[in-house]
Write a protein that binds this ligand. Structure first.
Ligand SMILES: [Zn+2]
Length: 318
């Protein structure tokens, strides 16, 4: 029995996994107190609930995997600069602290949140039939994970960062501080900044009105799709830019790696779904060198459980 935890800024999703099967799960909002210890206690709480659902307890636990934002030092079990998680902006010894909260003796393995999601989809979701695949996660930013010959490819720790592939030299400013990255066009936070800029230039949009009506502090994925349904021109433009940028980055990755599959996930990816994927695929086609065997481009199968399932598998494989 292994447990996987998907740690995010707004929610903690945990699953208990027996073999490839989810036998327990728990989800709680991430404590917003700004104290890391509260977050760690909340994680431990979800683990106990998931194990209880599975009809067992911590004594049966062979390992815990965690997908976390921020920089991961897997060897030390340390997370750094996961600023989205309240209390996690510095350096947190998440692995050892969680092991202690669980009573000690449990191995805790850490990995980047997007990469565990991609691993989950590869082992137990849409990527199962393929040996070589890329996962591209559209969320607040754009993350990625690369599976080569059936294994998660880390490089020297930073492989798969498709979000920072350059789609336009000198283009829009990215969250990483550089210019022209894919994330600057297809990441939710940068799209929101772009929307503000266009409004300042005099364009009209219902985006911010919908956001306020829904009581959201940000333009969430759901706000974009609602605006799109209302025929909002500015939203159409943002999504056209995102599809274009993705087609450039993904076709370039394809020409380099000859992948069998590309899986599109993340909050925004899930929300936009197949129609958006079809649009990206169409725009990729003219750029594909080996155009007689394009990759299949798919939505995720596990949806918002892919991170937690992948984290559990990571613990299992470790
Ligand atoms: Zn960047």
């Amino acid at each position: 029995m292994t447990v996987g935890v998907d740690l995010g800024g707004t929610k903690i999703q945990t699953v208990a996994l027996r073999g490839m099967k989810v036998v327990g799960s728990a989800r709680v909002p991430t404590p917003q107190s700004g104290v890391a210890e509260n977050v760690i206690q909340a994680i431990a709480g979800t683990i106990h609930v998931a194990l209880r659902q599975a009809g067992t307890d911590a004594a049966a636990l062979s390992g815990v995997g965690i997908g976390s934002p921020g920089e991961i030092d897997a060897a030390e079990g340390v997370v750094r600069q996961a600023g989205n998680v309240p209390g996690f902006s510095g350096s947190i010894k998440l692995g050892p602290l969680l092991a202690r909260a669980l009573g000690g003796g449990v191995k805790v393995k850490l990995e980047n949140d997007v990469r565990v999601g991609v691993l989950g989809e590869h082992r137990a979701g849409a990527g199962r039939p393929y040996k070589n695949m890329l996962g591209v996660w559209l969320g607040t930013g754009v993350g990625g994970g690369l599976i080569l010959d059936g294994e998660l490819h880390d490089g020297r720790g930073a492989a798969g960062e498709i979000g920072h592939v350059v789609v336009k030299p000198g283009g829009r400013r990215c969250g990483c501080g550089r210019r022209g990255c894919l994330e600057a066009y297809a990441g939710r936070a940068r799209m929101e900044r772009r929307a503000h800029k266009l409004v300042r230039r005099g364009q009209k949009t219902v985006l911010f009105e919908i956001m306020r009506k829904q009581g959201k502090p940000r333009v969430t994925s759901g706000v974009y799709t609602r605006a799109l349904k209302q025929g909002d021109e500015l939203t159409k433009q943002l999504l056209a830019d995102a599809a274009w940028a993705l087609s450039i980055a993904l076709s370039s990755a394809q020409n380099l790696l000859d992948l069998e599959a590309i899986v599109v996930g993340g909050g925004l990816g899930e929300e936009l779904g197949q129609p958006f994927i079809d649009r990206v695929v169409k725009q990729m086609a003219p750029h594909l060198f080996a155009d007689d065997h394009p990759p299949v481009v798919l939505p995720t199968e596990l949806g918002d459980l892919s991170g937690a399932v992948g984290a559990a598998l990571l613990a299992d494989e470790a």
